[in-house]
Ligand binder design. Structure first.
Ligand code: NAP
Ligand code: GDD
Length: 326
């Protein structure tokens, strides 16, 4: 039985990846941060019905000693480093924390592996945010980076330190440059979930408006359930490498919103309010990924359209809200 260790197991991708790996017969271990609200952190794992099937170990990406202890204990075959301060907007308010976790935390994880399990295969959760002010209309593995937020700068460090450990120490370390991916398990501060939760609230009479920032921004959105398959595929390759994972289609925030409002039978013009409070100090105007290498080398294809995903998210939020307001 293969053993996988996932940092960020309590996040969106960690939950879907755990589900995928359990289905493949892996023994799944995850790093969980100590919290005074113990009992709620695993809500995504519970939503998927797999909380009892994974082993959670106390640790933090800021604490190298905890990672060394965990790697020594678990002796993982594969390590997926998904933990991060992942909300771009917060990274201007907490730039140093973002650097400590999202950048230096990657080196902590790599050092723990180098010391305790150097032959483990390593996946780093890199991001399309690294392209920022895009240098090519469609971004691929060879497009130059131009980060536009403290988050993106930190992710760029994480990406290059992964490449560097691969080249310096021969580690099987791969970097997945994933474009935006969403699901009913997305954090409610990210725009798709904010929209589907907001639309569900309006539909149920719990709110009258939805306040958003820059609705002209464009993103290449896919489903997290599809994207975690690409992570796993990367670690099944003989040689480690870097891959863009995207759909190859870009859509404005406004058009993504329209899908949600239309599905709920609501008029977007009556409820959407533009609020400059949600503008960012520097914006990433458009992202559009070229997943040709992932198609070719990994045989990976996205299976869920944006429309299907937004409908799934609206329905999940309606069900959740009906349950909690009953
Ligand atoms: P997420 O839902 O925000 O999950 C982040 C996870 O990191 C959570 O489990 C969180 O734990 C954990 N974490 C944060 N700080 C930590 C620390 N100091 N020590 C240990 N764990 C810590 O993010 P996601 O959407 O699943 O994304 C997974 C990864 O992919 C992230 O690195 C993200 O930056 C990257 N990424 C995401 C996308 C996307 O569109 N979703 C695209 C490209 C790259 P708590 O539950 O305790 O908060
Ligand atoms: N969150 C949010 N809230 N975003 C808004 C809002 C709002 O009210 N209004 C407009 N937007 C715009 C943002 O300005 C941005 O251009 C776009 O919607 C997407 O924002 P997010 O959903 O917060 O995602 P992100 O693209 O900044 O970052 C996500 O994707 C990255 C990959 O490209 C995160 O998951 C990152 O962790 C990930 O690396």
């Amino acid at each position: 039985m293969k053993r996988a260790l996932i940092t960020g197991i309590t996040g969106q991708d960690g939950a879907y990846l755990s589900q995928l790996l359990l289905g493949k017969g892996y023994e799944v271990f995850g790093v969980i941060r100590r919290s005074s609200h113990r009992g709620v952190e695993d809500h995504r794992l519970r939503w998927l019905g797999i909380a009892d099937r994974v082993t959670l170990l106390d640790g933090d990406l800021a604490d190298l000693s905890s990672l060394v202890r965990i790697v020594k204990e678990v002796q993982p075959d594969e390590v997926y480093n998904l933990a991060a301060q992942s909300f771009v907007a917060s990274s201007w308010r907490q730039p140093i924390l973002t650097a400590n976790i999202t950048a230096i935390g990657v080196t902590h994880m790599l050092e723990a592996l180098r010391a305790e399990k150097p032959d483990a295969r390593f996946y780093q959760a890199s991001s399309s945010e690294m392209y920022g002010l895009i240098q090519e209309e469609m971004q691929s593995e060879t497009t130059p980076f131009y980060p536009r937020s403290p988050y993106a700068v930190a992710k760029l460090y994480g990406h290059w330190i992964t490449v560097n450990y691969r080249e310096s120490f021969g580690m099987h370390a791969s970097s997945g440059i994933l474009f935006n991916h969403e699901s009913p398990l997305r954090g409610v501060e990210f725009v798709t979930r904010k929209v589907t939760d907001g639309v569900a609230r309006i539909k149920l009479g719990l709110a009258t408006e939805l306040r958003l920032g820059n609705v002209d921004a464009k993103r290449d959105w896919g489903h997290a359930r599809d994207y975690v398959k690409a992570m796993w595929l990367m670690l099944q390759q003989e040689t480690p490498d870097d891959y863009v994972v995207a759909t190859g289609r870009t859509t404005t925030v406004r058009d993504m919103c329209r899908i949600a409002f239309e599905h709920a039978g609501l008029d977007i013009e009556r409820h959407l309010v533009i609020d400059p409070a949600f503008y960012r100090p520097a914006e990433v105007d458009v992202l559009l990924g070229n997943p040709a290498k992932a198609h070719r080398a990994l045989g990976w294809q996205p299976e869920t359209s944006l429309e299907q995903m937004i409908v799934e998210m609206v329905e999940a939020d309606l069900a959740r809200l009906r349950e909690t307001t009953r």
